[in-house]
Design a protein around this ligand. Structure first.
Ligand SMILES: CC(=O)N[C@H]1[C@@H](OP(=O)(O)OP(=O)(O)OC[C@H]2O[C@@H](n3ccc(=O)[nH]c3=O)[C@H](O)[C@@H]2O)O[C@H](CO)[C@@H](O)[C@@H]1O
Ligand SMILES: C=C(OP(=O)(O)O)C(=O)O
Length: 428
């Protein structure tokens, strides 16, 4: 198991190329199961989770072929051709699903195309219980019969296939919205999703589905209307930039008092984060390449609650908390999406941070400096929060279990080295 060694104290400067978004890429890849034609996706990040999704698609009978690399200089990202002429196996097995919760995204496409899908229940994970009831209730509203047994969910479409219908989600869910959008594309008639998620990744998926021949209205709003089709065609689609990766490098610039250009970042998808960072005293300017993030003055404390888009993203909460450990005063951060997403708090405390947690709210009293320490986190963004704290700490921080970071940050140490950080990956 690799670990990341961070020697803090360097002000980061230069340009970092922002990769394609993991959370857009995964549903886009799952969408390839909706058609027997070729789906060509570009700007896909090279990440462990995408390899897992590739394995799952192979298992269902799809071919996943690397067509090329992105970029002129450093080859970040890939172009993949995905093609599933037949679904050869309608079961998503435990061995693959347990590695990645987003595996549940094959449920909608396989059910809609084959009339039957069986997917291992993804179970809980470090950040919370993460049920899939909204996915299942939505599919039921399209006529599916659902059974749970032996750790698997089995979904059957009625004779003649899924029927378009009205799905009113009782809570906003990114994954459930994506699963239902994909299923609705091959349902008979029109489907309306109410209280749908508005995340940019939903819009990206919707644009791809439109290119595959499904008329969709209302993307980016809570009411999405999809006209089901007998079949979908192939398409070519470019995956959006990763707003969470971009946000993480923005914090890297801010926490070290540096100046970093986020090349390829899409500012429109990062409004809530940029607003909070500006409130904290970080300078952010749009440029042709994307965004320039810098800080010269002191860090000011902020009060922030995570919300579905367009609110402040839960996937940036740990990184913001790392930043606020060094603010001049007390910050208050409330995690309103996941019930257990404060695992970084104990570890930040090992580095000298002063944080107390009550329920879903953390109070962070800024300290003059952090000190390096060996730290371990149990999820992706918590790990990034610790790496960011390490960049600003005195001494050496060791972030253990690097595989969490590899799930969501393409070539992390290479990108940080390019900005002047003193980091290394070593086998632990
Ligand atoms: C691969 C991917 O895109 N992952 C993102 C996606 O996860 P994911 O799609 O799993 O997250 P959801 O938006 O579904 O979850 C939001 C909330 O709804 C709850 N819920 C969800 C589904 C359900 O059937 N029942 C239910 O109660 C969850 O427990 C959570 O409290 O959105 C999250 C929230 O922005 C991000 O943190 C993840 O990075
Ligand atoms: C929680 C995340 O991903 P996943 O939903 O795949 O666990 C994340 O990207 O921060």
């Amino acid at each position: 198991m690799d670990k990341l060694i961070v020697r803090g104290g360097q002000k980061l400067s230069g340009t970092v190329q922002i990769s394609g978004a993991k959370n857009a890429a995964l549903p886009l890849m799952a969408a390839s199961l909706l058609t027997d034609a070729r789906l060509r996706l570009s700007n896909l990040p090279r990440l462990a989770d995408l390899a897992t999704m590739g394995d799952l698609l192979n298992h269902h009978g799809a071919s996943v072929t690397i067509e090329g690399a992105m970029g002129n200089g450093r080859p970040y990202g890939r172009i993949l051709a995905l093609e599933a002429p037949h679904i050869t196996d309608t079961t998503a097995p435990y061995d693959i699903v347990r590695k990645m919760r987003a595996s549940i995204l094959v449920l909608g496409p396989i059910l809609a195309r084959e009339g039957l899908a069986r997917v291992s229940l993804p179970g809980g994970c470090a950040i919370g219980t993460r049920p899939i009831d909204l996915h299942l209730d939505g599919l039921k509203a399209l006529g599916a019969e659902i059974e749970l047994n032996e750790g698997y969910v089995t979904a059957r479409a009625p004779r003649g296939g899924l029927r378009g219908g009205r799905v009113a989600f009782s809570k906003i869910s990114v994954g459930a919205t994506e699963n239902l959008m994909m299923a609705a594309c091959l349902a008979n008639g029109e489907t309306v999703l109410e209280n749908a998620a508005c995340e940019p990744e939903i819009v990206d998926l919707g644009e791809c589905l439109k290119a595959m021949g499904a008329p969709i209205e209302g993307l980016g709003t809570p009411r999405i209307r999809i006209m089901g089709q007998a079949s979908l065609s192939g398409a070519t689609h470019r995956c959006m930039a990763d707003r969470i990766e971009a946000g993480s490098y923005a914090v890297a610039a801010a926490i070290t008092g540096g100046r970093v250009t986020l090349a390829g970042a899409e500012p429109a998808s990062m409004q809530a984060l940029c607003d909070i960072l500006k409130e904290a005293g970080v300078d952010i300017a749009e440029c042709d390449a994307g965004l320039i993030v810098s800080r010269e003055g002191p860090l000011r404390p902020v009060t922030c609650t995570t919300h579905p888009y367009p609110g402040f993203p839960t996937d940036m909460q740990a990184q913001l908390m790392a930043l606020m450990t060094l603010a001049e005063g007390e910050s208050v951060i409330t995690e309103a999406i996941f019930e257990n997403r404060f695992m970084h708090v104990q570890e930040l405390a090992r580095m000298g941070a002063d944080i107390s947690v009550s329920g879903s709210t953390a109070r962070i009293r800024g300290v003059g400096s952090l000190t390096g320490a060996p730290v371990m986190a149990t999820d992706l963004r918590a790990s990034m929060g610790l790496a960011l704290a390490g960049l600003a700490a005195r001494g050496v921080t060791e972030v253990h279990r690097l595989y969490h970071l590899d799930r969501g940050y393409e070539r992390l140490e290479e990108k940080l080295l390019g900005l002047g950080a003193d980091v290394a990956r070593v086998a632990a």
